[in-house]
Design a protein around this ligand. Structure first.
Ligand SMILES: *[C@@H]1O[C@H](CO)[C@@H](O)[C@H](O)[C@H]1NC(C)=O
Ligand SMILES: *[C@@H]1O[C@H](CO)[C@@H](O)[C@H](O)[C@H]1NC(C)=O
Ligand SMILES: *[C@@H]1O[C@H](CO)[C@@H](O)[C@H](O)[C@H]1NC(C)=O
Ligand SMILES: *[C@@H]1O[C@H](CO)[C@@H](O)[C@H](O)[C@H]1NC(C)=O
Ligand SMILES: *[C@@H]1O[C@H](CO)[C@@H](O)[C@H](O)[C@H]1NC(C)=O
Length: 327
């Protein structure tokens, strides 16, 4: 749906502000031991959408079942929870429970190609609450992402997230430049990979350690479609504006050696909006890298019935996209 001019204007202003912040941020010269080299593949869609922010998100996504009553207490009361929507994409999800998304990701090769702009990579982790009825239409699913831990020295990412009203905690990540690190076999936790963030300023932390499930989806309670559905819901924090991040699950990044890997493991976190430290020892998820196009600071009402979550379509970009732009 085309944006009203005024909105378009706002988002252009925001982009320009972000760009000038980028250009004017003088950073000390990088010495070899500071260079953050990521294993992530390059952004394959920057040239396809030169005027849009595009990038790669390499992530561990896990679904944490929590009591629906707890979710009801954490999610602002004015918003309904679309239980019928999550039951339709998560068949057999336990009664009385609600799916929280843990998103632990490395943002790589983010570009605004037409402006010759590339952002430095950054990492972030947070608990996100999908299937929220932000508009009260009983139908359109939004994801509430109230808080994030983000790479501490990345001013653009920190401020870009704060502008949504997100509670942002600058954090140190391990590994610092990748989506996860391999643990030595026989690690005490028994897990194969880990990703951890700790915020010195707020004391918050979050950690995910997982191992691969046997190939194929039979061992996973959740389908790739479910993760695609959840991660393509428009996101908000204080609901002043919404983020439309279109994540492509059928690109070269999800095939062959990069095929999504279903995982199972443990999450430990003490982050907002949790009331206390928590640990979940048996969660299921997926490790997957997706190219994305991001449209920032939209009027949430413009996302009513968004095809990515509510309509008949899916998260793809337009009718051409079933061919995935030849990716
Ligand atoms: C995602 O990150 C992992 C861990 O660094 C890496 O092994 C993998 O190649 C990355 N995937 C893509 C498609 O970049
Ligand atoms: C790219 O940005 C323009 C202007 O904000 C927007 O209208 C368009 O939908 C975006 N493209 C995609 C694929 O999201
Ligand atoms: C949401 O957060 C933004 C950024 O801090 C702020 O400008 C805006 O006033 C807040 N809106 C509401 C409704 O709290
Ligand atoms: C994914 O992409 C491949 C190759 O472009 C295509 O053959 C296949 O139909 C696509 N699958 C879906 C579900 O779009
Ligand atoms: C996501 O799930 C909802 C509820 O079943 C559905 O209406 C919507 O079409 C789905 N979207 C995608 C991208 O699968």
């Amino acid at each position: 749906m085309p944006l009203p001019i005024s909105l378009l204007h706002i988002s252009i202003v925001v982009v320009l502000v972000a760009c000038s912040a980028l250009i004017h941020t003088s950073r000390p010269a990088i010495t070899p031991d500071q260079i953050c080299v990521s294993r992530d593949l390059a952004n394959p869609i920057a040239s396809l959408f030169p005027n849009n922010a595009t990038g790669v998100l390499n992530a561990t996504l896990a679904i944490i079942p929590i009591p629906l009553e707890t979710a009801r207490r954490l999610i602002p009361l004015q918003y309904g929870i679309l239980e019928h929507a999550y039951r339709s994409i998560l068949p057999n999800f336990p009664e009385g429970m609600y799916p929280v998304l843990l998103q632990a990701a490395h943002d790589h090769d983010v570009q605004l190609k037409a402006f010759g702009i590339t952002l430095e990579d950054f990492s972030r982790i947070g608990l996100e609450f999908p299937f929220v009825d932000l508009l009260g239409d009983g139908h359109s699913s939004f994801r509430w992402a109230p808080a994030q831990l983000i790479t501490a020295d990345h001013d653009i990412a920190l401020q870009g997230s704060m502008a949504y009203g997100t509670k942002v905690s600058p954090a140190a990540f391990q590994p610092p430049c990748d989506a996860y690190q391999r643990l030595p076999s026989g690690a005490p936790s028994g897990a194969a990979t880990s990703f951890r963030a700790t915020s010195a300023s707020t004391g918050e932390y979050a950690e995910v350690q997982v191992s691969r499930l046997p190939a194929g989806s039979a061992a996973s309670p959740y389908s790739i479609e479910a993760f695609k559905n959840i991660t393509n819901q428009p996101t908000f924090a204080n609901a002043s504006t919404c983020d439309n991040m279109i994540r492509l699950f059928n690109s070269s990044m999800s095939r062959g050696e990069y095929e999504p890997v279903f995982v199972r493991g443990r999450v430990r976190a003490n982050v907002a909006p949790l009331e206390e430290a928590a640990e979940w020892s048996d969660v299921y998820g997926v490790q997957v890298a997706t190219p994305f196009v991001e449209n920032n600071y939209l009027d949430c009402r413009s996302m009513r019935g968004y095809a990515g979550t509510g309509g008949g379509g899916d998260s793809t970009i337009d009718s051409r996209s079933n061919d995935n732009y030849g990716l």
